[in-house]
Design a binder for this molecule. Sequence first.
Ligand SMILES: *Cc1c(COP(=O)(O)O)cnc(C)c1O
Length: 424
Amino acid sequence: MAEKSLVERDQAIIWHPYTQMQNAAAPIPIVRGEGVFLYAEDGTKYLDAISSWWVNIHGHSHPYIAKKVSEQLSRLEHVIFAGFTHPGAVELAERLINILPKNQAKVFYSDNGSTAVEVALKMCFQFWTNQGIEKPKVLAFHNSYHGDTFGAMAVSARSAFTKPFDKFFFEVEFIDLPNHDNIEQLKNHISTIKSGISAFIFEPLVQGAGGMQMYEAHYLDQLIKHCRHENILTIADEVMTGFGRTGKLFASDHLTEKADLMCFSKGITGGTMALGVTTCTRDIYEAFLSDDKLKTLFHGHSFTANPIACASALASMDLLLEPETEQNLHRIESKHKDFATKIASHKKVKCIRQTGTILAIEWDTTGETSYFNGLRDTLYNFFLDQGIILRPLGNIIYIMPPYCMKNEDLDYTYAKIEEALERF
Ligand SMILES: *Cc1c(COP(=O)(O)O)cnc(C)c1O
């Protein structure tokens, strides 16, 4: 009897994320990764233009990260992080604090982006309740995405994805992204609703899952400053933007005003291991110091500060801080810019936007709304057929490459996008 294929075995037993299993296309079985390429079981090679769900920054199976992880594996694989510590966690915290905005003082580990956000929200709510102040609400942007656990979902835009759970969320005030026309109005609005608001959470400069919506640092600076004035804590969710994506190490490096808390995951380990980090100011940390045990932050995960995850984060940071990586960021940024200029006036391009290494192209679908849903699948399959993994968000396609993607691979991707613009 013929052995079952990997795909058949998968389909017999696995439930995939964000997938309607009833009519999902068969998953592509990937057996190997090297640099910007992923290799399928049948030998097909895919250019990973979305960094494997935005996590990979130095290419797949990077030999340096592999070596460091392997060394760590035979030294210490895991240790409980309550009451214990280990060298990797300490070194990573020290090196992170060293490259983060100066106001960040303390590092709290968890194990993914959503938990990094949960921790930040809990820190903010409890920062106030530890002082006897009730502020049960959060301020967030329309169109935001902060993760899939309940707190993270609550501060994310209400959408088809959150609909079955909407009734369970705590109260959130949503505001528009700031711009020249609405900034004063937004500030006034915040002042009128400020009571009861613990924190303002935002994705700095780029809203990822919301369709790579981008906005200017200058206006975010004004909102952060205004929130500080109104006693609202600020949380920069850098889960996607962190570690080079926006052309600087952190999107917050484009800002003059700094958030009180920051959230990281995705690129932090170079995309090798699951790790979450929430950092905060000394003020926030000190609001939890007390003889009263009830003022403790009661939060932790089994794999908090896992040594393997810390080892991959340290190795990834070594690579990130190499001059060559910075050159790559600039190189990709300027390649994107040239391509954006080239296609900006194409009739199918409704909007093209770029921040650092992220380039997003919005397809003009006016008058073709019935076509809209199909377009996403058409584009996704077209690029797969060309050996490129690009995963459109509706009518928006974006390139978010590992920083080692070569010019020829970028050029190939651009050429296929141009071809798609002509065809669909
Ligand atoms: C992906 C993402 C998250 C959630 O991270 P997970 O590791 O997928 O839970 C949170 N915030 C932002 C901005 C993200 O892009």
